[in-house]
Design a protein around this ligand. Structure first.
Ligand code: CO
Length: 134
């Protein structure tokens, strides 16, 4: 069912500072910062040869990453995103196997313009998992 690792997302309080770490210290290639008000985050993508790192900073009130940053004030790995060929089939299989899909289970359009779902970290080794339609 699982395809490629699409990205690893890291939540940070200061995305400009985090971008500088990746650009200056690690010599990475970065995308421009994009405000995504419908997702409550600003994003910068670190482009790697085989995948991406998504830096996330809260945007506006009630950001979905605000609680995570309160628990992890220095930032941290927030979720990992796997590609699947058929997100509805993947969801149905996971629900049938007893996994919890967050929200109402309807795929939403994610930060890359493709349908995504999030899976409960308690069912996946303590890690929030995002599935993205390939
Ligand atoms: Co993501």
């Amino acid at each position: 069912m699982l395809g490629k690792l699409n990205h690893v997302a890291i939540a940070v309080r200061d995305i400009d500072q985090a971008s500088a770490v990746y650009r200056e210290m690690l010599g990475a290639k970065l995308s421009a910062k994009v405000a995504q008000p419908e997702h409550g985050v600003s994003t910068v993508f670190v482009e790697l040869p085989n995948t991406k790192i998504e830096l996330l900073q809260p945007l506006g009130d009630g950001s979905p990453i605000e609680k995570f940053l309160q628990r992890n004030p220095g930032g941290g790995v927030h979720h990992i995103c796997y590609e699947v060929d058929d997100i509805v089939a993947a969801r149905d299989r996971l629900i049938a196997k007893g996994a919890r899909v967050l929200g109402d289970g309807t795929p939403k359009i994610g930060a890359h313009g493709k349908p995504v779902l999030f899976l409960h970290p308690k069912d996946f080794c303590g890690t929030l998992v995002e599935l993205e339609q390939a």
